[in-house]
Design a binder for this molecule. Structure first.
Ligand code: PEP
Ligand code: MN
Length: 346
């Protein structure tokens, strides 16, 4: 839909836009109003080049497209009924809980292994643990290849699948070779299109899931869904969207909590929404409120940092990991909210 700056287009202007859209197999249907006229584009209006050329015309005020830019992740796509399964759960039919320490400490593997058993006991279906860590400060602990073995040992001991973040192709290769079942794309890499493409290509044809965090710097919601489309485009649509807070604007919170985007995501995409309250609020004491808010907004799952002894952990754990007891309370209460939320469906 082309909205001109003036109340209508001149004959020359109409001829120009008709010629432009014609190059892309579209037609123009003028809608003549009493005070203003607008110009509908008939046909596949998704070409970026076509849109850019129209938007670049100095007599065009605005261009609105009604067609979804997503072919695969769109809520109306055929994939909308695609079932994503992990850890004995069919996502969207049951609350999915991913939990575990932020960071695996290779010097103290028992903390991670004990935490893995404890989060399973508390109701987690997937164990999370950072092997390679994206740290703001280059002098902070950056992770360790040896932690991958500890992660997989936790998976063997508990029988649960595991999730870890990859930051580059080497991490990705190692994680997939080791058998990591869920690959995490962190907030800093959510717009790293070459990494998104590599992950899409490497998980194609496998059962691997991808947990895509929302970029803390992301703008419009379509940017988030488009990042998922990059991955799905290679053939594996096992993608979970994970709001985890955006750039901080609230004093006291690590990020600006964004669990409230869940209904908006659900209007646009079929992808399950798994909220990470830990990185959103950044403080163990606030995690439960954020997690329950996520459920109230209709989230399909939670990804929570939890540790048997948070104070002895590394990375984010001392400040934002909850104890297994606190995790259990969150999971129990979240399940009750899940029931309330889904009771409306029956
Ligand atoms: C993490 O999960 O520990 C992490 C670093 O996440 P994010 O990318 O959301 O900051
Ligand atoms: Mn963390």
């Amino acid at each position: 839909m082309i909205i001109p700056k003036a109340s209508s287009l001149t004959a020359e202007q109409l001829a120009e836009i008709t010629a432009i859209v014609g190059e892309f197999g579209c037609r123009i249907q003028p809608i003549i109003g009493t005070t203003r006229s607008i110009y509908a584009i008939l046909g596949d209006e998704r070409s970026e080049t076509m849109r850019a050329r129209l938007e670049g015309l100095d007599y065009v005020a605005r261009l609105d497209t009604i067609q979804s830019p997503f072919k695969l992740m769109d809520v109306r796509s055929e994939l909308a009924t695609h079932a994503i399964r992990i850890g004995g759960v069919e996502v969207r039919k049951e609350l999915l809980v991913i939990a575990g320490p932020c960071t695996i400490d290779p010097k103290n593997p028992s903390f991670f292994l004990e935490s893995a058993h404890a989060v399973k006991e508390a109701g987690a279906h997937v164990i999370r643990g950072g092997v390679w860590k994206p740290r703001t400060n280059p002098y902070s602990f950056q992770g360790d290849d040896r932690s991958l073995e500890i992660l997989m040992e936790a998976s063997r001991q508990t029988g649960l699948p595991v999730n870890t973040e990859v930051m580059d192709e080497d991490n990705l290769r190692r994680a997939l070779e080791a058998g990591v079942q869920m690959i995490q794309i962190g907030t800093r890499n959510a717009l790293n299109y070459s990494l998104l493409r590599q992950i899409g290509a490497r998980v194609a044809g496998r059962d691997t899931l991808v947990l895509l965090k929302r970029g803390r710097h992301m703008g419009p919601i379509d940017e988030f869904i488009s990042a998922a489309e990059y991955i799905a485009n290679f053939g594996n649509p096992n993608i979970l969207l994970c709001p985890r807070g955006t750039m901080p604007t609230l004093e006291g919170y690590r990020s600006h909590p964004d669990e409230s985007i869940t209904p908006l995501l659900k209007e646009k995409t079929w992808a399950p929404v798994v909220v990470d309250p830990s990185h959103s609020v950044g403080k163990a004491a606030y995690v439960e409120s954020c997690a329950l808010a996520a459920l109230a907004y209709g989230a399909d799952g939670l990804c929570i940092e939890a540790h048997v002894a948070p104070a002895k952990g590394i990375g984010d754990d001392p400040k934002q990991a909850v104890t297994p007891a606190a995790l259990k309370r969150i999971v129990d209460r979240a399940r009750r909210l899940w029931e309330i939320h889904h009771a409306a469906d029956v």
